[in-house]
Design a protein. Structure first.
Lengths: 516, 316
């Protein structure tokens, strides 16, 4: 049986994102996914929702990326034990999202990997926190016996396992990595994440739209601006709000500064993980300079709560313009010097080249996104592809590297710094005048909306549904790390164990952002 | 050995043991300066030792007495080596009781005990670190021996004080063979002391560690002894290197007070220079991929052998 995208009745959602929405049956969902996967579409996100109270049942939301537009589908199951088709055969990265959806809502994906992902024996097997009849006391009841997590074992002569984490020797986020190795060579890596699950999606329920904005910004601190922007876009779609041009320009300025801060930090971190602590010291200083300018101009180092539904919180004072332009010029000069040092450091290049190769083919098959995808020759950037204003006015998204190794991910970061600096200068020299925010009206009740933007790591998406009383019914913040963590498992194969931290750092994926 | 010399030798060894952590502090401080950082100060290793000595030790349930004994063996071996190696003068406490070959054996004892203790508790990291350490060890020890042989061939003795005395009593002659040996020795020193580019003493990435992975399970006084032994090992290697390749200024038995004071100052200046050079090497280098370590140490061995050959070909 076949089904084309055009056989379904789509409705374009209001707002700046080109999104088409349809309610599809579970059979149609599978056929649609098969159709678009064959045409090179990527899975963006999937999540579940309990809409029994509204008389609908359980809803599975799937977001697909067709390069120049997004498809948003809702599939409904009225069964108390809802079952949905397994999409992981078409989109490998769907597997973990399906497992998380099972842990949170009890959805079954027939034939898919059914091991727990988020639960970690923290709540009972048959309790589902995002169902509305869930009793929170079930979590705080006496601790449950720890279930043994069945890792995939590698057997054979000389093969053994190294278990790393979730507690590490450094101050980093928790995650468990199970290496199967022969000597120093990695045969297989299996990740087990979910240690920072803190119930963010549950917390969203019942918040006002304004409160939700603050929570969204705190999903993953390194992407505060991107999450706040994606969330604001979803709200603006639900309220038909037209954001003023000046606000859009300021939003882009904030997002690019977030990108700069993270890329600078990562370049230092990658150098340090290759043993060059000189790089860490220099890039940390550059990042710190940038954060201090943030604090001077916006009053917040990490730019929390600057983007609000309807616009931005702080206007740029005329005195801030020279400060920003001067600091950007100084940064550009210093980064150029450091790039020269990195590029000509034999020891560093020896570590970078050929380490953690993610081939273009594999990146395409796994549906890798963002920075990691661009380092594997996949040209994809929502800012350019979806023509999100104000980026439609910039030549952007040309950064690309072919190698797929650590060196390529470093090169992409350097190039994106240059590109971001260019965008920032363009925005500052040609800043539209006018309002910086408008009041958002009443939200349309019970409709699903999405907002999304290319954060520094990759595309960040927020799905939002608001109830009739103006309170959030369901909000799902989606981190690009969902799509890139599985790729890391492949990139490490045949590398040696001591190269893992360097390769891991070159991806620098979020734990908090996807554990929620 | 008269009473005065004996007292002098004792005080030299005690002073060297007390000063060893300062060496680490100076290296770290120089690294910080080279990276435009302020640094933690010269005394930071002492603060770390004080902190560790105040704490209660936590020992894994699976640890055998070997695990507890190992830090004492490591510290003991390194302190013994300090008593053998001429640091300020050739009148070291045990100078004539052990030669360079015995020194290599002494370092090997410490290494074997560290590796055994790391495997004793049965964690993945301990075994991983021990495995890598033994790989480094079996590559660096032959290179170190070759360096010693080169120096011994020139001076006809494997005893360090004799080597120093022979070298300094000659007129200044440049030995090409020693230049090769010096390069080889610096490479061995970096590997043996877990410095960049072979290992990274300041890393927090457990999967990349060599020496640190072996001592992850240690705490409090045990860890303090290990850290101190690490500092002593660096001092020992620095002193060996200075004795072999920059032997001038060491006091000899029977020297007067002034000469001893001068030799002390010269030795401290040479050690400070050593720290600065080490910090420079470490700041400029990235860490090698671990399978480059055999190439690195193979090169060291090759250089040392070349030193020997040059000596044979050119004569002294």
């Amino acid at each position: 049986m076949q089904l084309n995208e055009s056989d379904l009745s789509w409705r374009s959602l209001p707002g700046t994102l080109p999104v088409r929405h349809a309610v599809v049956s579970r059979e149609q969902l599978l056929l649609l996914c098969r159709d678009v996967a064959g045409r090179g579409a990527r899975l963006v996100s999937l999540w579940g929702e309990d809409r029994r109270a509204a008389g609908v049942g359980y809803v599975l939301v799937v977001v697909l990326d067709l390069t120049s537009r997004l498809l948003l589908t809702e599939s409904i199951s009225r069964s108390p034990n809802p079952g949905f088709p397994d999409l992981s055969q078409l989109f490998p990265s769907a597997g973990r999202m399906q497992r998380a959806t099972h842990d949170l809502l009890g959805f079954n994906f027939l034939g898919a990997d059914a091991r727990p992902w988020l639960r970690h024996s923290a709540w009972a097997k048959d309790a589902y926190p995002l169902r509305h009849d869930f009793v929170a006391a079930a979590v705080s009841a006496p601790p449950l016996p720890t279930e043994i997590y069945p890792f995939v074992r590698v057997e054979g002569d000389g093969a053994h396992e190294i278990a790393v984490g979730p507690v590490h020797a450094g101050t980093i986020e928790p995650g468990h990595f199970r290496f199967s190795v022969v000597g120093e060579k990695v045969l297989r890596l299996e990740q087990q994440l979910g240690y920072t699950h803190k119930g963010i999606e549950k917390r969203f329920e019942g918040l006002s739209v304004q409160q939700g904005s603050k929570l969204a910004a705190r999903v993953s601190g390194d992407s505060a601006v991107a999450y706040a922007w994606a969330y604001a876009m979803a709200v603006e779609s639900l309220t038909d709000t037209q954001v003023p041009a000046r606000a859009l320009a300021l939003r882009a300025l904030l997002l690019e500064r977030e990108r700069l801060a993270n890329h600078l930090g990562d370049l230092g971190g990658i150098g340090n993980d290759a043993g060059l602590s000189f790089g860490l010291a220099q890039f940390s200083r550059l990042k710190e300079d940038l954060l201090r300018v943030n604090a001077t101009v916006w009053g917040a180092r990490y730019l929390f709560d600057e983007i609000l539904p309807g616009g931005v919180a702080t206007d740029l004072a005329p005195t801030a313009l020279p400060i920003l332009l001067d600091s950007l010029a100084a940064m550009a000069a210093e980064v150029a010097v450091l790039q020269d040092i990195y590029d000509n450091h034999a020891g560093l290049q020896d570590r970078f080249h050929g380490a953690g190769v993610l081939s273009a083919k594999l990146a395409r098959q796994l549906g890798v996104v963002g920075l990691a995808a661009r380092a594997s020759g996949q040209a994809q950037d929502w800012r350019a592809a979806l023509e999100i204003p104000p980026y439609d006015g910039f030549a952007i998204g040309s950064v690309l590297a072919e190698g797929g190794d650590v060196a390529a991910r470093v090169a992409v970061r350097f190039d994106e710094i240059a590109e971001s600096l260019q965008v920032c200068r363009g925005l500052l020299t040609d800043l539209p005048s006018g309002e910086i925010s408008v009041a958002v009206g009443k939200t349309r009740a019970d409709e699903l909306a999405v907002g999304g933007i290319e954060g520094w790591r990759g595309p960040i998406l927020v799905g939002l549904r608001v109830a009739a009383d103006g309170r959030i019914a369901r909000c799902h913040p989606h981190d690009p790390s969902w799509l890139n963590w599985p790729a890391l498992e492949h990139a490490i194969i045949d590398n040696i164990v001591p190269d893992f931290p360097l390769i891991n750092k070159s991806f620098n994926l979020s734990y908090s952002g996807q554990d929620l | 050995m008269n009473a005065l010399n004996f007292a002098l030798a004792i005080s030299e060894t005690v002073m060297a043991i007390a000063l060893a952590p300062l060496l680490l502090g100076l290296v770290d401080q120089c690294r910080a300066w080279l990276q435009n950082r302020r640094g933690a100060g010269l005394l930071q290793p002492y603060r770390t030792l004080r902190k560790l000595l105040k704490k209660d030790a936590v020992v894994a349930q699976t640890a055998s007495p070997l695990f507890r004994a190992s830090p004492y063996v490591q510290f003991g071996a390194m302190a013994l080596a300090t008593a053998i190696i001429p640091i300020f003068g050739t009148h070291s406490l045990l100078a004539t009781s052990a030669d360079t070959i015995a020194l290599v054996g002494l370092f090997a004892i410490a290494r074997v005990f560290t590796a055994l203790a790391a495997m004793d508790i049965g964690t993945a990291f301990g075994t991983l670190g021990a495995r890598r350490e033994m790989m480094i060890g079996f590559l660096s020890e032959p290179a170190l021996l070759m360096v010693f042989f080169t120096a011994s061939l020139i001076t006809q003795s494997t005893l360090l004080p004799n080597i120093v005395i022979t070298m300094t009593s000659h007129e200044l002659v440049i030995y090409p063979s020693l230049a090769f040996a010096a390069f080889a020795f610096v490479m061995v020193l970096l590997a043996e002391n877990a410095r960049i580019p072979i290992d990274n003493p300041s890393t927090h990435l457990e999967l990349t560690m060599i020496h640190e992975a072996m001592v992850l399970e240690y705490s409090a006084r045990h860890l303090a002894l290990i850290e101190w032994a690490t500092a002593l090992k660096l001092l020992n290697f620095a002193a060996i290197g200075l004795a072999l390749f920059l032997p001038w200024g060491l006091s000899a038995p029977g020297d007067g007070g002034l000469a001893i004071a001068a030799s002390l100052l010269i030795a401290l200046a040479k050690l400070a220079l050593f720290c600065a050079v080490l910090a420079l090497i470490e700041t400029m280098s990235a860490k090698l991929r671990i399978f480059r370590a055999p190439e690195f140490l193979g090169t060291a061995f090759l250089l040392a052998v070349l030193g020997l050959l040059v000596h044979q070909l050119l004569g002294s």
